[in-house]
Design a protein around this ligand. Structure first.
Ligand SMILES: [Zn+2]
Length: 89
């Protein structure tokens, strides 16, 4: 039994590649920030609601990205996607 490193630690990926490690850490930090924001929304009871219009976020959107904070209508704006299904007013 060892108390070192509970996760998988492939040998050879040790102190050899600091830049890759830093990039991976930054990605993890971004994800963590998203998780923390989702937890805050859970606490506040606003999880599953759009930050822009306060409308419900569809299950499809939440299934695709459980950390998303906007509804499908605003998701496209949020992501800057040009593939927009426009509603005619
Ligand atoms: Zn919305």
């Amino acid at each position: 039994m060892t108390l070192l490193g509970p996760g998988p630690a492939p040998e050879g990926a040790g102190p050899g590649a600091p830049l890759e490690g830093i990039a991976a850490l930054e990605r993890i930090e971004v994800e963590l920030a998203g998780v923390e924001q989702a937890l805050v929304r859970l606490d506040a009871g606003t999880y599953g609601r759009c930050e822009v219009c306060a409308g419900p976020i569809s299950d499809d959107v939440l299934a695709a990205d459980p950390l998303t904070a906007v509804c499908s209508g605003h998701l496209e704006l949020h992501l800057g996607s040009r593939d927009v299904h426009r509603h005619v007013p």
